[in-house]
Design a binder for this molecule. Structure first.
Ligand code: ZN
Length: 261
């Protein structure tokens, strides 16, 4: 293949690919504020980088990244775009239906933005009702990063922070403005929100994401000033290696076994 990105191939190339393989990754990101130092497309850029690196290593394809996600909590910051959760769900369902129509049978929905979680999971459930002979997997990208988070020094790890900035220095360093990367510790007056990314979606009573401007003025949650490309390389290395393992595990599954199961 000339490229792992399906959009850079011709229909003829895709037809050739489908003769020997049937797996594709659909990355889903966001267009939302990431502090004054990172581009709005940070989640989309980082999730596409992860998908492309792993796909190239495994010889599989990546579908066009869905850039606009569910980001209403960042709405106070210029440039942030958001769709309703059901709009994202519908878009994912329609794109995956198109892929299945052409013969893809194993589809990984690779999520790069926490606000998309429920929309993506709902899409997967809806697709599984109609398509029982295909595998539609959901992978939240941050779950691929376990041990390498030890390279991070800031105790607050959530958004536009040390980790995310470090990864951007690897995936699109020219778009990062480190002069504006600073420390801002978010404050939740109610105490209902936990800003630790490892805990945020596991809270007993999840009251939703707070409106960003009420808890941080810059849009940074954490310490972006201590980000580095070296830290980003360590994070991506583990994420890519773990993703490659998941892709190969899925590739090895016989669909007949999955259907019977
Ligand atoms: Zn982000």
């Amino acid at each position: 293949m000339k490229s792992a990105l399906m959009e850079e191939l011709s229909w003829f190339d895709v037809q050739e690919y489908l003769k020997s393989d049937d797996l594709i990754i659909l990355p889903i990101g966001s267009i939302e504020q990431h502090g004054p130092h990172l581009p709005l497309a940070t989640d989309s850029i980082n999730v596409l980088y992860l998908a492309t690196q792993a796909a190239t290593a495994c010889g599989v394809l990546v579908a066009p990244v869905l850039k606009t996600g569910v980001s209403f909590n960042h709405y106070d910051f210029p440039g942030t775009l958001s769709v309703q959760p059901e709009s994202l769900t519908s878009l994912i369902v329609d794109v995956v239906k198109s892929l299945i129509h052409h013969g893809f049978k194993k589809i990984i929905l690779l999520n790069g933005h926490g606000g998309n979680n429920s929309a993506i999971e709902t899409a997967a459930i809806k697709l599984k009702i109609d398509f029982t002979k295909q595998i539609i997997g959901v992978l939240h990208s941050w779950l691929l990063c376990q041990e390498s988070v030890d390279v991070l020094e800031s105790p607050i790890r959530y958004h536009a922070d040390e980790g995310e900035t470090s990864r951007m220095l690897v995936s699109a360093g020219a778009l990062v403005n480190m002069d504006r990367a600073k420390l801002e510790i978010p404050q939740s007056k109610s105490g209902l929100f936990n800003f630790d990314i490892t805990e945020v979606f596991n809270q007993v009573v999840f009251c939703g994401l707070p409106r960003t401007q009420t808890v941080t003025k810059s849009g940074i949650f954490g310490d972006a000033s201590i980000a580095s490309a070296e830290k980003g390389q360590a994070l991506f290395k583990e994420m890519i290696e773990n993703f490659i393992k998941e892709i190969n595990r899925l590739k090895a599954v016989e669909l007949e076994d999955y259907i019977e199961g």
